[in-house]
Structures are given as structure tokens and as C-alpha cells.
Design a protein around this ligand. Structure first.
Ligand SMILES: NC(=O)c1ccc[n+]([C@@H]2O[C@H](COP(=O)([O-])OP(=O)(O)OC[C@H]3O[C@@H](n4cnc5c(N)ncnc54)[C@H](O)[C@@H]3O)[C@@H](O)[C@H]2O)c1
Length: 330
């Protein structure tokens, strides 16, 4: 028998790719999104698929979540496992500063969705957290580990940290529910996920590609980018990590998993890589603006997920950027 997946934020970057990977395994998906940061376009091609059910619902709307619950209750008996994946969130950099919206969706919404999963007797809940919880201590020799102590920027430094603190709280809800044996599950700390279809122009990869392509070789970066380095995870790899965890019952102990690549690149070199595949030989970078509480590096140690599942990233940054350039040219 196949599994029934309930996915919040299913039209977002992670949600829609996850749905695609699960449909290939013949699983059933009930997904919803309120289009806060996405649109129906990302799943339009799935509309004829009887294993993909979509609702325009808001995770904070009690009536809509009640309706979702009834739909899941009616279907769950026909499937081997019922699995909840929480992808809905107020995510992107500019929204990090909107504390109330971030708290309502990312914390209260996550908790209500978890409570629903528990009430319906779901087998697994996967909580999408973030590597932003490492805040200003985002790297160390060999990468930061899940067990490392967290050192956060505080409100005096930047309201941006509200996103990370909210996500951190969800990790405790997850752990508590598993410790009480109400459900199995875990939290995932993703780092800088990108996709060739990414809609959000303020994320660094689409920003660089669009700027270079539209101005024939010019891009404006924050002053932080003179020093910053990052790793970038292709969204097919972030989603295969979710599936690998779901398929590894011993890993679903309520704890946290770093999910990232170890392929670190400076933002300046990233511009060079994007320019190379756009056929631009000498990109011009201008530095302007500064973002407070932005770590210079974000390098995660991924030994934990690699040792507990068979997951490892498959798409190199080089290949991923080539895909992004091809998508941009279409
Ligand atoms: N993209 C990254 O680099 C990254 C890094 C770390 C963690 N994450 C986490 O991974 C998860 C998925 O992120 P993503 O990259 O797919 O982002 P995304 O913005 O593409 O997807 C999130 C989706 O949630 C939806 N949403 C927002 N508020 C909602 C609400 N009230 N009700 C219903 N839907 C709502 C949005 O419309 C969007 O489609 C999030 O929890 C995010 O915090 C992402």
C-alpha cells in the first residue's frame, strides 16, 4: 500500500518538488497553500493527477484546517502510513523582519498542523526548520553540528533573528511530541535551498542570474558579500532528504538533522560561476547596502543524516547553475 502525505505550503519551492518526487513513488498527496509566496503555476501541470489534491487554504484559518482534517480523515484508511510535512512558512529574507506574521505562521501554524497530525493518528511529522538557527555561529572546522550550542544574534542586533527563534521553537514542539510518543518525526535544518524554477528574485542565485542577464553583466551585491561564503542545496536534494528520513524509522526520534552540501563558495565566486554559464566573461560587481546579523559563512556538518539514512546530495552547484541558466533562457 502507498502512503498518504499531507503537505502544507505545497506550491512553494520545497513543497511542489516534494510532491513530484512522491507522485513518482505512487503516493497520494493532499496539499494546500495560501499563495503567500507562490502561485498555482508551480503545480498547474499536476492538476489532472488524481493522486494530487490541492486546496487554497491558509494554515492559520481554523475553518479551512478543520475542512482539511475531515478530508484527510476520510482518506487515511486506504493508505499504509499517514505522513504530515510542514513546508508552509513565512520564509524569505525581507519577511524575516515581520515578527507577527512570522510567529503566527511559522510557530502557531506549525503547532496547529502538528496537533492535527497527532489527532488523526498520523505516523510521521516532518518539520522544516532552518540553518538560520545557527545565526552568528554558522560555521566551524568540519561544519556546525546539530548538537552544538546555539549563539543567536539578539533583538538589539536585528529583528531578522525572529525567523530563526520561531523555527527553533518548532524544533522543541517536534521533540516534545516524539518524546511523549504521540507521533514519530524530526526537524530538518535546511541551508540555502535553490531551484531552477525559483520565483523569488531576492534570493541570491536568482538575483545574480537575473541581474547579469538583464544588464549584460552587472550585479549589485550587499557589502556583506565581499566576505560571505555559502553552500547551496538543490531542491531535488532537499526533497530527497525528506523522503530518506521518512523511510528511516530509527531516524524519526524527534531530533534535528542538518541538510546541506559541503560545497562552499564565496558570493563573489558565485557571480563568476553564474556569469560563466551565461557567457559573460567579465561581470561587474557593485557593493551597496549592509545586512545586520548576517553570518560570514554557513557551513553545516551533515554526518548525522548521512549516517542514519542513505541520503547524500546528488546535484553539484556547477550542474545546478547550468540548470538555472537553461531555465532562465526558456
Ligand atoms: N529555501 C531555503 O533556503 C530554506 C532554508 C531553510 C529552511 N527552509 C524552510 O523550508 C520550508 C519550505 O521553504 P521553501 O524554500 O519551499 O519556501 P517557499 O516560500 O517557496 O514555500 C513556503 C510556502 O508556504 C506558503 N505559505 C506561507 N504562509 C502560508 C500560510 N499561512 N498558509 C499556507 N501556506 C503558506 C507560501 O505561499 C509558500 O508557497 C520552510 O519551512 C522554510 O522555512 C527553507
Amino acid at each position: 500500500m502507498n502512503n498518504l502525505y499531507v503537505i502544507s505550503g505545497v506550491t512553494g519551492m520545497t513543497g511542489n518538488e516534494l510532491a513530484r518526487q512522491l507522485l513518482k513513488q505512487n503516493d497520494k498527496i493532499i496539499g494546500f497553500d495560501n499563495f503567500f509566496a507562490s502561485s498555482i503555476d508551480t503545480v498547474r501541470d499536476l492538476s489532472g493527477n488524481e493522486d494530487f489534491e490541492f486546496y487554497e487554504y491558509d494554515i492559520n484559518n481554523k475553518e479551512q484546517m478543520q475542512s482539511l482534517k475531515e478530508k484527510v480523515r476520510a482518506k487515511k484508511g486506504s493508505y499504509e502510513q499517514l505522513i504530515y510535512i510542514n513546508c508552509a512558512a513565512v520564509v524569505h529574507t525581507e519577511h524575516f523582519y515581520h515578527i507577527e506574521r512570522t510567529f503566527t505562521t511559522n510557530v502557531l501554524g506549525m503547532k496547529d498542523f502538528l496537533d492535527q497530525a497527532i489527532e488523526l493518528g498520523a505516523d510521521i511529522y516532518i518539520n522544516c526548520s532552518t540553518s538560520e538557527v545557527y545565526s552568528m555561529a554558522s560555521w566551524s572546522e568540519g561544519g556546525v553540528k546539530e548538537s552544538d550550542y546555539l549563539i543567536m544574534a539578539n533583538a538589539e542586533h536585528s529583528q531578522r533573528t525572529s525567523y530563526a527563534t520561531g523555527k527553533l521553537l518548532t524544533e522543541f514542539f517536534m521533540k516534545d511530541a516524539v518524546d511523549k510518543m504521540l507521533i514519530k518525526g524530526c526537524s530538518i535544518r535546511f541551508a540555502n535551498v535553490y531551484s531552477k524554477n525559483e520565483l523569488y528574485p531576492k534570493h541570491i542565485i536568482p538575483h545574480i542570474l537575473h541581474s547579469l542577464a538583464e544588464t549584460n553583466g552587472e550585479v549589485v551585491l550587499l557589502e556583506n558579500s565581499k566576505k560571505n561564503k555559502r553552500t547551496f542545496l538543490h531542491n531535488s536534494d532537499s526533497c530527497s532528504a525528506v523522503i530518506a528520513l521518512v523511510q528511516s524509522p530509527d531516524a524519526l526520534d524527534g531530533t534535528v538533522y542538518n541538510v546541506a552540501t559541503e560545497e562552499e563558495i564565496s558570493i563573489v565566486d558565485l557571480v563568476g560561476l553564474c556569469a560563466k554559464y551565461l557567457g559573460i566573461s567579465d561581470p561587474k560587481i557593485t557593493f551597496s547596502g549592509y545586512r545586520a546579523s548576517d553570518p560570514e559563512r554557513r557551513l553545516l556538518n551533515t554526518e548525522k543524516i548521512r549516517s542514519r539514512t542513505n541520503w547524500k546530495p546528488q546535484v553539484s552547484l556547477d550542474l545546478g547553475i547550468q540548470q538555472c541558466v537553461e531555465a532562465l533562457r526558456r
